[in-house]
Every structure is written in structure tokens, then in C-alpha cells.
Design a binder for this molecule. Structure first.
Ligand code: NAD
Length: 340
């Protein structure tokens, strides 16, 4: 019989609550035994909704690691904490699932590799959940099968709804920029589907509606063009001003065919015919679009720990995506082509 894994969850914000819900009831052989958040209302939520006792709700990450006897942690804390929290947990022999991005600046990533090399049973997975979304998995299968030939261009859009812009503007100063916070998913998808590493990258941006972004050397919409070592190209765009909803769209153009994902960002086939014409409703946010992928990635994390397997999306993959996102940001700020 499989042992129950004792899990601690860090962060109970927008995404932390989704992970909490999944970990406490939807996956077998795990026990969510502790949470860590700075917010008292979120602690009360953990007591009432997750059934945790108040003594299992921590404000201090290190105290939680010291006291809760954890096998694994899930990190949904703000991005600037990810690298240090991952390092600390791994160095104590605790498995880590860390939300993206792995880091917000160039860090001593070698330290993580060293820990994992000397403790081969430790699992460290990073939250690129699109790799666990059935549609993206199907696309990968077809590409590996040679169905669309050689990849000419990967095109990825990640657009947040403008209805959320005021929440986002509060978060803007600590957001680490659109490439690390948002486009890093498209960067990881391009790396995964093209299966190579870029050699050049050039970014540009503009603030069309919200000049607040300019103070941080950013725009409310940003783009990057990359060329990979194997000649494939990737064009990515991230923005915060989509009028219609949460829009994640990907196109992979190959020498023998093209794959498109999400060009109409709608969760269902329902069409509404009214005074405005014919329309379909759109996804509203990341939870609406990717809930199944969030479930699948945590199921895989727990399975990898139980079965002593390497994760499909570990720190090698996360490091590459982080580095490229940092270089994309550098290109934006320096207004220059970067060679990797
Ligand atoms: N995979 C995705 O699509 C996706 C979607 C949303 C967010 N995220 C990532 O998840 C992370 C959290 O994002 P969010 O939108 O849920 O944030 P949020 O601001 O809603 O929540 C942050 C949480 O972290 C806690 N916290 C803050 N500082 C802490 C500290 N020092 N130690 C422990 N806890 C601390 C806060 O109390 C809060 O519970 C971010 O890194 C973000 O990039 C990923």
C-alpha cells in the first residue's frame, strides 16, 4: 500500500486556493497537513474550508518546514520567493512543486542541480501546466509523430482580460514583468514543441491604454521574436488588455501542416444569437481554462514522488524558460537583439 505524503502549501491566493482544493480531496495518497500565508483571512479560509487546525496555518515558511514534518511542498507564493523557498526545501530533502517562474533574476541554479544530483530520489517540478493540458499534449504527440513536418513557426498569445486590469495594476510593481510572469508559459511551450533552444531574441512593446507600465520599462502589451538553433522561429505576445476574456492561443506552422489551439477562446460550443449578431462566450481566467491541467500536473507530481520518477517539467526545463524570459526582458529594456 502507498504511504500518505504529507504536503505543505505555501500561498493561498488566487492560485494557492486552487492547488489547496485539488490537494485536499481530488488526489489519493496525499494529506495537505499545513499551509503558509501572510493573510489572516486566508488562514481562516484554510480552517473552515480545508479543515486544518489553526496551529497548522503558518506565517513563516521556515517554521512550517521545521515543525510540520513534510514530505513535499507546493509553492504558490509570490514569484520573488520561489528560488529561495525551492532551495531551502530541497536542501532539507523535501520534494518541491514550484509555481512558475522558478526565479525572477539569474540565480545560482547550479545549487539546485547539485542538490538533485546528490539526492536522486528528490522530485522538483515547476508549474508549466500547459504541458499537462490534453490539447497541448495532443499537439506534442502529433509533432513528435512528424504529422506537421519540421516546425517553421511557433506563435503564442497569452492575453489577460482587461476586466482584471485594476487588480493587475496593484500587482504591477512586484510582477517581475510580462515575460517572466505571463509569456514564460509560451516560451516553455515553444521550447517543448520545437525541442531546441533559441539563439537570438528581440522584444518590443507599447502601452496602448495604461502608461503605468512604462515606469517599469514595460508595455501593457509585449512581443518577442526568437530564432531557435535548429532554424525554427517563435513569435510570442503577452498582454493585459483583451476586451473579450482570457485568451491563450497557439499556432504551430510546419512544413507539412499547421496546428492551431484556442483561436476561439471559448469553453464550449454554445452560440448566442442576439441583437449583436452571433457570439460565443470566452474563458474568463486561468482557472476557467486550465483547471484540468492544474489537476493533472499535481497528480503527476505525486505519482513521480511515489514511483521515484523524474518530472516531465523539472528544473532543467524551468531554468531554460526563465533564462529566455530574462533575456526577452533585457532585449525590451535595451531595445536590442540578444544572442543567447
Ligand atoms: N500557472 C499559472 O497559470 C499561474 C496562474 C496564476 C499565478 N501563478 C503563479 O502563482 C504564484 C502566486 O500567484 P497568485 O496570483 O496566487 O498570488 P496572490 O498574490 O493571489 O497570492 C500570494 C500568496 O502568497 C502569500 N505570501 C506572500 N508572501 C509570502 C511569504 N513570504 N511566504 C509565504 N507566503 C507568502 C500571500 O499571503 C498569498 O497567500 C505566482 O508566482 C504566480 O506567477 C501561476
Amino acid at each position: 500500500m502507498m504511504t500518505m505524503l504529507r504536503i505543505g502549501l505555501v500561498g493561498l491566493g488566487r492560485l494557492g486556493k486552487i492547488h489547496a482544493e485539488i490537494l485536499s480531496g481530488q488526489i489519493s495518497n496525499v494529506d495537505l497537513v499545513a499551509v503558509c500565508t501572510l493573510d489572516d483571512k486566508e488562514k481562516s479560509w484554510a480552517v473552515s474550508k480545508l479543515g486544518l487546525s489553526a496551529t497548522c496555518c503558518f506565517s513563516d515558511f521556515e517554521k512550517m518546514l521545521d515543525e510540520a514534518k513534510l514530505d513535499a511542498v507546493v509553492l504558490a507564493s509570490p514569484s520573488s520567493y520561489h528560488f529561495n523557498q525551492t532551495y531551502l526545501a530541497l536542501s532539507l530533502g523535501i520534494h518541491v512543486f514550484c509555481e512558475k517562474p522558478l526565479a525572477v533574476k539569474e540565480e545560482k541554479i547550479q545549487n539546485l542541480f547539485d542538490i538533485l544530483n546528490t539526492n536522486s530520489g528528490l522530485v522538483c517540478q515547476v508549474g508549466f501546466m500547459r504541458r499537462f493540458d490534453p490539447v497541448y499534449m495532443k499537439a506534442k504527440e502529433k509533432i513528435v509523430n512528424g504529422d506537421i513536418g519540421e516546425i517553421i513557426l511557433f506563435r503564442g498569445y497569452s492575453l489577460d482580460p482587461i476586466s482584471e486590469i485594476h487588480n493587475f495594476l496593484k500587482f504591477l510593481p512586484s510582477s517581475s514583468g510580462q515575460f517572466l510572469d505571463m509569456a514564460v508559459h509560451d516560451i516553455d511551450m515553444a521550447n517543448w514543441l520545437i525541442d531546441a533552444f533559441p539563439k537570438t531574441i528581440y522584444s518590443c512593446c507599447n502601452s496602448f491604454s495604461f502608461r503605468e507600465f512604462e515606469e517599469f520599462g514595460e508595455g501593457d502589451n509585449v512581443t518577442s521574436l526568437m530564432q531557435y538553433e535548429n532554424g525554427s522561429m517563435a513569435f510570442i505576445m503577452a498582454g493585459r488588455t483583451a476586451q473579450h476574456g482570457y485568451h491563450i492561443e497557439t499556432e504551430i506552422i510546419g512544413t507539412k501542416g499547421t496546428i492551431r489551439i484556442g483561436s476561439v477562446p471559448s469553453p464550449h460550443q454554445l452560440e448566442i444569437l442576439d441583437g449583436s449578431g452571433v457570439r460565443r462566450e470566452c474563458y474568463t481566467d486561468f482557472a476557467d481554462r486550465f483547471y484540468l491541467a492544474f489537476q493533472n500536473e499535481l497528480v503527476a507530481f505525486i505519482k513521480n514522488i511515489h514511483e521515484d520518477e523524474a518530472p516531465k517539467c523539472g528544473i532543467h526545463e524551468a531554468y531554460k524558460a526563465t533564462l529566455i524570459a530574462l533575456k526577452a526582458t533585457e532585449s525590451l529594456k535595451e531595445k536590442t537583439l540578444i544572442k543567447l
